[in-house]
Write a protein that binds this ligand. Structure first.
Ligand code: 5AD
Ligand code: SF4
Length: 460
């Protein structure tokens, strides 16, 4: 049975926890091509997933067939993340493996792209692992020449079209970041903020929707800082409202609390096509730490934003990012973070242990938090988040939800989807029920864990 309808959110429910792009996850399966075979591995955030999609199109245009395994590839592209040190360690593991495969004559060329490619450390890696091509985040178009396509001049990367004909698509509306958070490498690898014109974004959304896309995610490091580059005063909320009038389902990430306007929060509740999930990184609950981090807001302002969200988006889900163990963090600061976690009722959070990044202010601060203390604080924050999320999820059991299917056939005969509040749901399917990406189904939530809801078979 196929369930397909253009749907509007009716009732919102808590809990997201769809994961950010999996580290090192293969992205697509085998296809046929004439120039050889290529494998793209993506590490890190949705921006990287999107950049990989664009590189994927280049390699396809150049006649490469895409493969999943390094062993089957003539060319490997590692599109990397640099936000935390363990991201680099992971990539080193992959590079070591590729050196071996090159020595055995299987892999011929390796390209390193993305945020590590834009950082100083990439030169070291290039020498150590004999990488053939290193590209940063602003010159991915140079991959074209590397794969044998005519060189393209690219002035603004997001001008490249999105992934047409797919049920869901990412749309980059701004790149870079104008903040200077003490711990963060992003401004130095992605550069300052560049915003894409509103009409250009809306045109792309219209094209995508006409080609069958039913879910668009607006992307940017500080997506809510978007301003129309024409200087006409249009702000993120104007763009979001326009996109929400065109696309059947819309989400956006990542927001910055200093840019988050009440009007945007109200729009999430009012516009029937906007997924009622807000990802708003707080980083710490302590004003002292927020100042040291140069976040530009106090915990009170964050709390107020959450109040406005809760008032205007009943049943919406809230997720955040938290860093524990930033240099100078005291036990009192940590307790304030735990208090904020309790007060805000997050449905999920990405909790990170501070990782010193060369060239950032925090890496030179001193006052390091000892690793065992950082680990204890990490576990405490994580447990507080999971416990709260688990309790809220339990309250969903028995509810009937409208679910947007993201993957039709997943492991164990389950389909994977999300509610209108962006909460991940595994849906039972059988031979009698086949669902495809982009379908909407109704199903009853039968059980829940801290991260995922489990639904029975779709109700006819
Ligand atoms: N150490 C730990 N976490 C970090 N993040 C960014 N830089 C660091 C760092 N040096 C986290 C922040 C950000 C998320 C994408 O990654 O929480 O919101
Ligand atoms: Fe990094 Fe801060 Fe910019 Fe986010 S807002 S990308 S944490 S500098």
């Amino acid at each position: 049975m196929i369930y397909q309808s253009v749907s509007r959110k009716s009732e919102a429910s808590p809990i997201p926890l769809t994961r950010k792009a999996a580290y090192g996850a293969p992205q697509r399966t085998r296809e046929v091509g004439g120039a050889g075979t290529a494998c793209i591995r993506t590490f890190g955030c949705q921006m990287n997933v999107h950049d990989s999609d664009r590189m994927r199109r280049m390699i396809r245009d150049a006649g490469y067939a895409e493969v999943d395994a390094y062993e089957d590839a003539d060319m490997v592209i590692l599109n990397t993340c640099y936000v935390r040190e363990n991201a680099v360690d992971r990539v080193r593991g992959h590079l070591g493996e590729l050196v071996r495969l090159k020595r055995e004559g299987r892999v011929k060329k390796v390209a390193l792209t993305g945020c590590i490619g834009a950082a100083e450390e990439s030169r070291e890696l290039q020498d150590q692992y004999g990488i053939d091509l290193v590209l940063g985040t602003h010159n991915t178009y140079e991959l074209a020449e590397f794969v044998g396509l005519p060189t393209m001049a690219e002035t603004f990367t997001p001008e490249l079209p999105g992934t047409e004909g797919e049920t869901s698509a990412f749309i980059t509306i701004m790149t870079g970041c104008n903040y200077q958070c003490s711990y963060c490498i992003v401004p130095s690898v992605r550069g300052r903020m560049i915003c894409r014109p509103l009409e250009n974004v809306v045109d792309e959304v219209e094209r995508l929707v006409a080609s069958g896309t039913s879910y668009v995610t607006l992307l940017g490091q500080t997506v809510d800082a978007w301003r129309d580059p024409s200087g006409d005063g249009k702000r993120f909320c104007d763009l979001l409202e326009r996109v929400a009038d065109v696309a059947p389902r819309v989400w956006f990430t990542t927001s910055h609390p200093s840019n988050m306007e009440d009007r945007t929060l109200r729009a999430i509740g009012e516009k029937p096509t906007i997924v009622t999930r807000l990802h708003l990184p707080v980083q710490s609950g302590s004003d002292r730490m927020l100042k040291i981090m140069h976040r530009g807001y106090k915990a009170e302002r964050y709390r107020r934003k959450i109040e406005v969200f809760r008032e205007n988006v009943p049943g919406g889900t809230l997720s955040t990012d938290i860093i524990v163990g930033h240099p100078g963090e005291t036990e009192r600061d940590h307790e304030e973070t735990l208090k904020l976690v309790e007060d805000c009722g997050f449905d999920s959070a990405y909790v990170f242990k501070f990782s010193p990044r060369r060239g950032t202010e925090a890496a030179q601060m001193g006052e390091d938090v000892p690793p065992d203390l950082a680990q204890r604080r990490f576990m405490q924050v994580l447990r507080a988040i999971e416990q709260g999320a688990f309790e809220r999820n339990q309250r969903k059991v028995g509810n009937e939800e409208e679910i947007y299917i993201r993957h039709g056939r997943a492991e164990g005969g389950k389909a994977i989807g999300e509610t209108w509040s962006g909460h991940a749901v595994h849906v039972a399917t059988s031979k009698a029920t086949s669902v495809s990406p982009g379908d909407y189904v109704r199903a009853r939530i039968e059980s829940a864990g801290p991260h995922v809801l489990y639904a029975g078979e779709p109700i006819a």
